[in-house]
Design a protein around this ligand. Structure first.
Ligand code: ADP
Ligand code: MG
Length: 350
């Protein structure tokens, strides 16, 4: 970006660890719920009703590549994936803590952009980056811990037989975006890609690099009651693919989740790219990771009301994709073209 890397590296070492923390924290704002943010030995928070804590770690060359993403978007994503967990619990975010390992060749400009990305998400969802820790290392690692408040947490264990499965947004777009990036590195497939319009490429890459945590959507679902009882029984956020993640609810709740594969919400953009690459957008929707949409188990009588209220308030599409049935041998069953079969798993790190 027109700045000599050598000069920036020098800036970083001239600043030193404390100078760097002070420099980065200058542009951060302290918001409601936090009495004291960065600067002391620990942050001071105000009382929470039911604190929830979640933690996610992004490792260079495992979860991100510095030549593919900008530091601004990396900062946003690091917080958004934690917010997505927070949303799935039915919690309001309060304070985030960032443990940062600064890799070799990272300069001050890169860190400035990373923190601009982090702060932009704090501003979007009204919480505070209240502290962290800084170290140097061979590659960059960004670990975010998020504290939230969930007066009535929504658990994976609450699904009831008969519940309708709702998902927010569209599924598989993040996988489609990743497949575009991968295809661009292979000569054979890179020749096909010019047929993907710039707008489609942009849309899918932004779903991959800048997912929207569904906090607002969850807030709407939490408010809907029937005879004074919450109609949302269980939820989780989809980070590793619907087919695999659905297992967690099934196993925790002692039920089976039946997913109608033909009903999955798939964007036209994802369909277009899948067709060009000769693969299936439905596969991406079922087994692609990093969608960060919510899967909710909702009382059948209220599922329309929940879906409609969420869409009315947030403009986010909500689709019924299946139902909760009594426990079978398989935790997750998919139905496609009338055929009922056990769902295969999804992405795993090990
Ligand atoms: P200590 O050595 O007592 O742990 P540090 O020097 O690591 O203190 O941190 C000083 C302050 O700066 C603390 O408030 C800490 O939370 C904050 N901090 C340190 N590193 C970061 C970081 N990467 N991002 C945000 N805040 C940080
Ligand atoms: Mg420290």
């Amino acid at each position: 970006m027109g700045v000599e890397p050598g000069r920036e590296l020098m800036n970083l070492s001239t600043l030193g660890e404390f100078g760097l923390i002070q420099h980065l924290s200058q542009k951060l704002q302290t918001r409601a719920g936090v009495s004291l943010g960065i600067g002391d030995d620990a942050a001071v928070l105000q009382t929470l009703q039911t604190p929830i804590v979640t933690c996610d770690c992004l490792v260079e060359n495992v979860h991100f590549r510095r030549d593919w993403t900008t530091p601004f978007l990396l900062g946003r994503k690091a917080l958004s994936v934690n917010l997505s967990d927070c949303a799935a619990m039915g919690a309001r975010p309060v304070a985030a803590f960032v443990a940062l390992v600064v890799g070799e060749n990272v300069d001050l400009l890169w860190l400035d952009e990373l923190y601009r990305g982090l702060e932009s998400v704090c501003a979007d969802f009204d919480f505070t980056l209240a502290g962290g820790d800084t170290s140097r290392g061979a590659q960059t690692v960004l670990s975010v811990t998020l504290l939230g408040d969930a007066p009535n947490p929504v658990l994976r264990s609450g699904a009831q037989v008969g519940d309708v499965l709702l998902v927010t947004g569209t599924l598989g777009d993040s996988a489609a975006g990743l497949q575009i990036l991968l295809a661009e590195t292979v000569e054979e497939t890179s020749r096909i890609l010019p047929q993907v319009s710039a707008a489609t490429r942009e849309d899918l890459l932004s779903r991959h690099f800048d997912p929207t945590p569904r906090l607002r959507e969850m807030n709407v679902a939490l408010m809907i009651q029937n005879h004074g009882e919450r109609v949302l029984h269980a939820a989780l956020d989809l980070s590793d693919g619907l087919a695999g993640d659905a297992r967690h609810i099934a196993n925790r709740s002692g039920v089976t989740l039946e997913i109608n594969a033909d009903a999955l919400p798939i964007s036209p953009q994802s369909r277009d790219v899948a067709a060009l690459l000769g693969t299936s957008a439905q596969e991406w929707a079922l087994r692609g990771g990093e969608d960060y949409e919510l899967l909710m188990c909702v009382a059948p009588r209220s599922s329309h009301a929940v879906a409609q209220s969420i869409t009315a308030a947030t403009n986010t599409l909500v689709t019924a994709v299946g139902r909760v049935v009594p426990r079978e041998a398989e935790p997750v069953i998919t139905i496609a073209n009338g055929e009922r079969q056990a769902a295969r798993g999804a992405f795993e790190h090990f």
